[in-house]
Design a binder for this molecule. Structure first.
Ligand SMILES: Nc1ncnc2c1ncn2[C@@H]1O[C@H](COP(=O)(O)OP(=O)(O)OP(=O)(O)O)[C@@H](O)[C@H]1O
Length: 573
């Protein structure tokens, strides 16, 4: 646990933390000196009715507390600066790491978990470094100083007074351990709640259309109830802890009054000395409580860090290549490619296929045949288990992933648009594109006319997930976004499947425009596309069952023709 804080916090921010500790030592020394001055007040100034002495002592107390206030501020300032910089760096590194992870990680991990790394877990670490670590260091010093001063003043009284100290330590650590355990539960409940909330926001439309608001609310209410219970248990312990510690401290106080009183009566201790003792003992519970709280906060932070490190532990199955590729011709070859997801059977088996530059290849097949997996391999979201895919004769595993993906304009069934203007969405992959380049891309995809009609033209915000636009409009913007990169290859995964007849026609016209001169793989059920393709590849059970033009395949009367006949491929248009 300490290693984490040492490596991530103390070492990188050694100057800030050292200054902070120095400031604290000064502030603490000023605070601890006050009772000594009060002793002089009682024993000298009051005893001798010396007004000058009294004024001097009062003045010193004001100055001491001023010094304490200033240095406490400087201490808090430096700690906060180091803590917030550390968290900002961690957040940035985590975000960068997130985007470098294999696609399969996102398929297999719940979004709520990932969100919770960035929110709840980072918050726990933030609390640990900005409150826990400094408290542990400075309050330990504080406690040590109090003990040393008390022993120095009167070691016998100090020993008697400290009889209650072990009880205070045991009580506090017992309670804090329980609080930390419950805190862990609360953390878990909060992560589940974040996950539910995230899902609820994403699926509002489905929830409302299926009139399942009550059901969703019921699920959420259950989590709220659980979180409230956990929170209540934590607070109940906290509520019990403080009076208990205060009671134990009061016993310490009583001992001082009794034992110290006897010492004063016997003439072995001055009244001022006894008063100073009382002030110190009152100051003991706070550092003890803070030290044990700091321990549990640091423990929770270290556990959160372990959870976050899940991001670092993910293996890279898709390893980046070294070769750059400026402009591809668009010649793609699948050579004997087989692939399976981590668990399960081969979803693609011995796929061999060549696309010459400019070819339009339609990939068809029943649901589950492996069409999207075929696209995933070309984009290197996964790598084949056997065989290889070549671009311009180079194994794509040797290419830099970024260089490969720059050559491919990828369009999905439901395009993802960012909550920004149309302009920003179209030039997402090429932020330096000029307004006229954006407009040119939009004209090619038949999007310019409808964009011009919008109140703010290219500056119109598309809304969350592009909700301000129709499905066909979203798809044409996504096409413009792909085309502005001038990719050699277009990879279209059922681009019109979610559209009605009119929108489908508009998008298909746009696709015809932009596929000119580009190698195009289109997973489709659209008849006109099948008719216009150079080659139809019929996938079935992960294998290429047949290939040829649509007309050839129909004339052949094989599995493809029979599947079309039986309406199994859902071909329309
Ligand atoms: N991430 C995954 N992990 C495990 N299995 C998967 C994963 N994605 C897809 N599969 C399985 O791989 C097989 C092929 O899926 P794929 O999505 O490639 O089919 P498809 O032809 O595109 O289907 P559809 O037309 O329904 O979209 C299916 O059996 C599917 O269940």
């Amino acid at each position: 646990m300490f290693r984490f804080y040492w490596e991530k916090f103390v070492v990188p921010f050694w100057l800030l933390t050292a200054i902070a500790v120095a400031c604290f030592v000064i502030a603490s020394a000023a605070g601890l000196a006050a009772p000594v001055i009060i002793k002089f007040l009682i024993d000298d100034a009051l005893e001798n009715t010396d007004f000058t002495h009294l004024n001097l002592i009062v003045g010193s107390i004001v100055v001491l507390y001023l010094i304490r206030a200033v240095f406490y501020f400087l201490y808090g300032y430096n700690m906060a600066k180091a803590g917030s910089t550390m968290i900002a760096r961690m957040r940035a590194a985590m975000f960068a790491r997130l985007h470098s992870l294999d696609y399969s990680y996102f398929v297999n991990t719940s979004t709520g978990n990932i969100v919770s790394y960035f929110t709840n877990d980072l918050l726990l670490i933030q609390q640990a470094v900005t409150v826990g670590v400094p408290d542990l260091v400075v309050e330990s010093l504080n406690l040590l100083a109090i003990i040393v001063i008390m022993v120095y003043f009167n070691w016998e009284l100090a020993l008697v007074t400290f009889i209650t100290l072990p009880f205070i330590v045991v009580a506090i650590s017992h309670f804090n351990r329980k609080i930390a355990e419950l805190g862990g539960l609360l953390e878990h409940t909060m992560a589940k709640m974040t996950s539910l909330l995230h899902q609820a926001i994403l699926s509002t439309m489905i929830v409302q259309s299926y009139v399942r608001e009550d059901y969703e609310y019921g699920k959420f209410r259950h989590q709220i109830h659980e979180a409230a219970q956990d929170y209540f248990h934590v607070q109940r312990l906290n509520a019990l802890l403080i009076p208990l510690v205060e009671f134990l401290a009061a016993i310490g106080l009583t001992i001082i009054i009794w034992f110290g009183g006897r010492e004063v009566i016997n003439g072995d201790l001055t009244i001022g000395g006894m008063f100073a003792f009382l002030v110190y003992i009152i100051n003991v519970p706070a550092p003890v409580r803070k030290i044990t709280q700091a321990f549990s906060s640091m423990k929770m932070g270290a556990v959160a860090w372990e959870r976050i490190r899940d991001l670092d532990r993910q293996p890279h199955t898709v390893v980046d290549g070294r070769l750059d590729l400026d402009k591809s011709s668009g010649r793609v070859e699948f050579r004997d490619v087989s692939f399976r997801y981590s668990s399960g059977v081969d979803v693609l088996k011995n796929i061999s296929l060549t696309a010459e530059p400019g070819d339009v290849i339609a990939v068809v097949g029943p649901s589950g045949a492996g069409k999207s997996s075929f696209a995933n391999l070309l984009l290197r979201f996964y790598d084949p288990d056997a065989g290889a895919i070549y671009l311009d004769g180079v194994d794509i595993r040797s290419l830099k992933i970024n260089a490969l993906r720059h050559q491919i304009g990828f369009i999905q069934q439901n395009p993802v648009l960012f909550n920004a203007s149309i302009l920003e969405n179209i030039r997402y992959g090429r932020p330096t594109a000029t307004y006229s380049q954006v407009e040119h891309a939009a004209r090619l995809t038949n999007a310019h006319d409808f964009i011009k009609e919008l109140p703010r033209g290219y500056d119109t915000p598309v809304g969350e997930q592009g909700a301000n636009l129709s499905g066909g409009q979203r798809q044409r913007i996504a096409l413009a976004r792909a085309i502005i990169l001038e990719p050699a290859i277009l990879l279209l995964d059922e681009p019109t499947a979610a559209l009605d007849g009119h929108a489908e026609k508009q998008v298909m016209a746009a696709i015809r425009n932009v596929s000119q001169g580009r190698t195009t793989f289109i997973i489709t059920h659209n008849l006109s596309t099948l008719l216009a393709s150079d080659k139809v590849v019929y996938l079935s059970g992960g294998q290429i069952a047949e290939r040829g033009t649509h007309a050839e395949l129909i004339a052949r009367g094989g599995v493809y023709a029979r599947a079309v006949d039986r309406g199994e491929l859902g071909i329309k248009g």
